[in-house]
Design a protein around this ligand. Structure first.
Ligand code: C2O
Ligand code: CU
Length: 474
C-alpha cells in the first residue's frame, strides 16, 4: 500500500504491508519538494577481516570495518537496499535518527526480520544533521563487524572545520574468543554472580561496571584496527579537525584523549552543544561526541582507554611525516585530566526543546533478576508484544531512569532525541544517556513521531538479556 505523496516503501521479498496514517503524516511533513534521494546498497555477509595483523572470521557490511560510511544532508531521502547474505535473519537500525517508525529496523516490532537470501529497501527522510551510525537490531549481531557511521550534514552549517575524522570504537569478540552468542550463553550459565557488584565503588565521573570482568574482549579497535597497528590520519599543522566519535562497542565505555591537545566538545549524539573545553571525554556504548581540535605539528595519539578494565584502542593524527609514531602503550597526560560530564554540557539555544512541563513522567527502574543472567526494566524482561510505556502523541514525556544496579547502563531511545533534564532547561540533547550506578537520570522528549519505539540499554548483552522496553503511541 502506498500513501499519496510517498515513494513505494519496501522492496524485494520482504516489505511493509501497510503504511499507517500516522507514519505517512510524519513523512509527508518532513519530505520537502526537491529533496535529493541518496541511494546505497549494503550487503551483510560473512567475511574475513584483518584487524591489523589479526585475522578474524566474522560478519560485516561488505569487507570493511567499520562498514560503508553513509553520508547525506538533512532533508535528503536515504534509500538503502540491504541484501542479507548472512546465515541468519537481520535488519538495520539507524541509530540516532528520528525517522518514520516502519524503517526503524526492529524485528517483530517495526518490520519482519529480513531472512537469509532476501533483500529489504529502507527509505526515509533524514530529519536532523549529526553524527549517527547504523547496525542490525537482531540478537548480538552488532557485536560482530556489523556497524558503520552515518553522517548527516547540515545544509546551513558554516565551515567550522578544515578536516574531518570519523572514529568508531569497538570491543572485538567475534572470531577471536568465540561468537557473541556463545559469550551470552556463558554469562547465562555463570548465573547470578555475573553483573553483581565487584567491589567497585560508585565513581560519578567514571563509567565503572559492565560485564568487562567476565566477558573476554581480547581486542579493542579504533576504525577496525588494534592499537599495535593503528590507522593514521594525515592533516596539516594548524588545521581545525572535527572528530566524530562513535562508540559501537557492546560492553565497553572508553575514555578518550588526544596527546598534546585539549578537545572542544561541540555536539552530543549529533545535536550541537555550546562548546566546552576538556582534556578527555567518556563515551558509553551507543553515544557520539563531536570534538573540535586545532592540530599542532607532529604525530599525536588519540587514545581510547577502556573504562574500568584493561585495554585501549589507538589512532594516530599526523601532521608531520618526520615525527616518530607514538608507541602502542602511550599514555598522554590528558587521559588523566578533566573529563567532561553531562552536567557540563548545554545544548545550543537553537537545539533545545521548548520550555514545557512534562505531561507525563514514566519511571524505568533498571534492575537485575535474581534468577540468573537477566536484566530488567520495572521488574520485567522484554516482550515485543507488550507496550511497556504508553504515551500519547503531542505529549511532553519525561523518562526517569532509576539505576538500581552497580553497573552503568547507556539507555537508548529510538525515534526521538530527548533532552537531559536540568533546572536551566538547557541540558544536552541525547538519544543515549548513561545511567550511572545507583543514580537517576531524566530525559524529556516530545512525542511527535508516532509508532512503537524501543527504549533499551545499549550494552548489547544487557539488552539481549531483557533490558529493553517499548514506548508506543499512534
Ligand atoms: Cu543502537 Cu536500539 O540501538
Ligand atoms: Cu545495561
Amino acid at each position: 500500500l502506498t500513501a499519496p505523496g510517498l515513494a513505494a516503501c519496501g522492496a524485494g521479498t520482504v516489505s511493509a504491508e501497510t503504511l499507517p496514517a500516522a507514519i505517512s503524516r510524519v513523512e509527508s511533513t518532513r519530505r520537502k519538494g526537491g529533496a535529493r534521494t541518496v541511494t546505497h546498497s549494503l550487503v551483510a555477509k560473512p567475511t574475513r577481516l584483518d584487524l591489523g595483523g589479526v585475522q578474524v572470521d566474522t560478519w560485516a557490511y561488505g569487507d570493511e570495518l567499520p562498514g560503508p560510511r553513509l553520508r547525506v544532508t538533512a532533508g535528503d531521502v536515504l534509500r538503502a537496499d540491504l541484501r542479507n547474505e548472512l546465515p541468519a535473519d537481520t535488519t538495520i537500525h539507524w541509530h540516532g535518527l528520528a525517522l518514520r517508525n516502519d524503517m526503524d529496523g526492529v524485528p517483530q516490532v517495526t518490520q519482519p526480520p529480513v531472512p537469509p537470501g532476501a533483500s529489504f529497501r529502507y527509505e526515509f527522510t533524514v530529519p536532523d544533521p549529526g553524527t549517527h551510525w547504523y547496525h542490525p537490531h537482531v540478537g548480538l549481531q552488532l557485536d560482530r563487524g556489523l556497524y558503520a557511521p552515518l553522517i548527516v550534514d547540515d545544509p546551513a552549517e558554516p565551515g567550522r572545520y578544515d578536516a574531518e575524522l570519523v572514529v568508531v570504537l569497538d570491543d572485538w569478540l567475534d572470531g577471536v574468543a568465540g561468537t557473541p552468542d556463545e559469550q551470552l550463553d556463558k554469562l547465562r550459565q555463570g548465573g547470578m554472580h555475573h553483573g553483581w557488584p565487584q567491589g567497585m565503588a560508585e565513581r560519578p565521573t567514571s563509567l565503572v561496571g559492565g560485564d568487562g570482568g567476565d566477558v573476554a574482549h581480547p581486542h579493542l579497535v579504533a576504525n577496525g584496527r588494534v592499537a599495535t597497528a593503528p590507522r593514521s590520519f594525515e592533516a596539516r599543522p594548524g588545521q581545525r579537525v572535527r572528530i566524530r566519535l562513535i562508540n559501537a562497542a557492546a560492553d565497553t565505555a572508553f575514555r578518550v584523549a588526544l596527546g598534546g591537545h585539549r578537545l572542544t566538545v561541540t555536539a552530543s549524539d549529533g545535536f550541537d552543544t555550546e562548546p566546552v573545553e576538556t582534556d578527555a571525554v567518556l563515551i558509553g556504548m551507543g553515544e557520539r561526541y563531536d570534538l573540535l581540535v586545532t592540530l599542532g605539528d607532529g604525530a599525536f595519539p588519540l587514545v581510547a582507554a577502556a573504562e574500568g578494565k584493561p585495554g585501549r584502542a589507538l589512532l594516530v593524527l599526523r601532521t608531520s611525516p618526520q615525527a616518530a609514531p607514538p608507541p602502542a602503550d602511550v599514555r598522554p597526560a590528558q587521559l588523566s585530566g578533566r573529563v567532561v560530564t553531562l552536567a557540563d554540557l548545554r545544548s545550543t539555544p537553537g537545539h533545545r526543546l521548548p520550555a514545557r512541563r512534562p505531561d507525563r513522567t514514566l519511571t524505568l527502574r533498571l534492575g537485575m533478576s535474581h534468577r540468573g543472567y537477566e536484566w530488567l526494566i520495572n521488574g520485567r524482561a522484554f516482550d515485543p508484544r507488550r507496550d511497556d510505556l504508553p504515551i500519547q502523541e503531542g505529549e511532553r514525556v519525561r523518562l526517569r531512569f532509576v539505576n538500581q544496579t552497580m553497573m552503568f547502563h547507556p539507555m537508548h531511545l529510538h525515534g526521538h532525541t530527548g533532552q537531559v533534564v536540568r533546572a536551566d532547561g538547557a541540558g544536552p540533547r541525547k538519544d543515549t544517556v548513561v545511567a550511572l550506578p545507583m543514580r537517576t537520570v531524566e530525559l524529556d522528549l516530545d512525542a511527535d513521531n508516532p509508532g512503537r519505539w524501543m527504549v533499551h540499554c545499549h550494552n548489547a548483552y544487557h539488552a539481549e538479556a531483557g533490558m529493553m522496553a517499548l514506548m508506543g503511541y499512534t
